[in-house]
Design a protein. Structure first.
Lengths: 96, 297
């Protein structure tokens, strides 16, 4: 194959892959947000003892704590947007 | 074969320690291999046998060993292990100030019954070769919390697992759309929840198994009756049934009507009041010789 055709083909394929990746990411944005919210609820439920809400017996919290690193991070991120939950939701739904 | 588990429960001061010690000595005299365990943080077995006991079981006779569960030891052991695991994960723990939480965790509500549960789990695994393990329990409140703990833990764990399943299902969809057929990483939290559920189901099954006998000890006074009735109701609520009722320090050979009516499905045994104090192995043996009819089944 002529090198220039090869290069064009390669660029078209990469562009297609990039577009595919973007579209796939776009398609799961809402569900990702939902999963993040559920992770946050899970962390709040398990770690309720630290923030004063009804929580499981302390041994359950302590048993799960070592595996909750990701949930802790999500919970801390959510704290920063907690004062504007509607704004957070509108940005996910692409409402300006 | 797994050992039979016998629990002696009841109001404080009714004679759980004495009746459990007498039963343990009697069964050991009949060549049954017995472990008598005091689960009451205010231990009495040392006073009854006039000998010091601790976590390490002490041989009393050929077939009888006695140990006292040290709740503080189990709390400390649990906290140390938890701290170690958490420090391994959160090596940057100073950022979360976790160390400060550990200092106050020892005062957390529920830790005492959890320590008892850990000790119980350890005992049933360590002494599988015994014929019978007799547990001399703490007074009502702590005992009820001990029995309820696996049930309450399971309610929480099952709800958390449901939520975790929802999260996992969503992450699976995200992974399929984003990355095609690529497998989603195993959810560590879900796996941990399943292990915990399995453990607590095992512990719960012990308290409702046919090989577990709950003996409710009471005296003939009204307060003791009332508390015994409440214990029966509370245990029934969580599906634990009382196998037998022991009326300790009985002054007559007749079972009070109120007890007969309330506990018509249970075996009722009368332990007559002893004319002398039941302290020491010899005194217990003399009591058994004098009152051998107690143990006619």
């Amino acid at each position: 194959m002529i090198p220039i055709v090869k290069t064009i083909k390669h660029k078209v394929v990469s562009a297609f892959h990039l577009a595919d990746e973007v579209m796939r990411s776009k398609a799961v944005e809402t569900i990702e947000y939902e999963a993040g919210e559920l992770d946050n609820i899970f962390a709040i439920l398990v770690l309720g003892v630290f923030i004063g809400i009804p929580s499981p017996p302390i041994h359950i919290t302590m048993a799960l704590l070592p595996d909750l690193e990701n949930e802790l991070e999500i919970m801390l991120q959510k704290v920063s947007t907690a004062h504007d939950p509607l704004g957070d939701l509108f940005s996910v739904l692409d409402i300006d | 074969m797994k050992p039979e588990l016998q629990f002696y429960i009841g109001k404080g001061g009714v004679g759980k320690s004495t009746t459990s010690a007498v039963t343990a000595v009697h069964l050991a005299r009949n060549s049954r291999d017995i472990l008598l365990v005091s689960m009451d943080p205010a231990h009495n077995q040392s006073d009854i046998f006039q000998q010091d006991f601790g976590e390490k079981p002490q041989q009393i006779s050929n077939h009888l060993v006695v140990k006292e569960v040290n709740v503080d030891y189990w709390i400390e052991k649990y906290l140390k292990e938890t701290e170690k695991t958490i420090k391994q994960t959160y090596s940057y723990e100073s950022a979360f100030n976790l160390q400060n939480y550990f200092n106050v965790l020892q005062f957390s509500p529920g830790l005492e019954e959890y320590a008892l549960l850990l000790a119980f789990e350890n005992i049933i695994h360590t002494f599988e070769n015994k014929d019978i393990i007799i547990f001399d329990m703490a007074p009502t409140a702590l005992t009820l919390r001990f029995f309820s703990l696996p049930f309450i833990s399971l309610i929480w764990l099952e709800e958390l697992l449901k939520l975790r399943d929802q999260i996992y299902a969503k992450k699976e969809i995200i992974s399929k759309i984003k990355f095609g057929r690529r497998e989603i990483e195993q959810d560590k939290v879900k796996a941990k929840l399943e292990i915990l559920i399995n453990n607590y189901e095992h512990l719960r099954d012990h308290s409702i198994s046919d090989a577990t006998k709950i003996n409710l000890v009471m005296n003939t006074d009204r307060l003791s009756f009332s508390e015994a009735f409440r214990i029966k109701k509370k245990l029934k609520d969580i599906g634990i049934k009382i196998e037998s009722v022991i009326i300790n320090k009985a002054q007559s050979k007749a079972v009070p009507d109120k007890v007969k009516d309330e506990f018509n499905h249970q075996k009722i045994t009368l332990f007559p009041r002893s004319s002398k104090s039941l302290l020491g192995y010899r005194a217990i043996n003399e009591y058994i010789d004098e009152n051998n009819e107690i143990f006619v089944y």
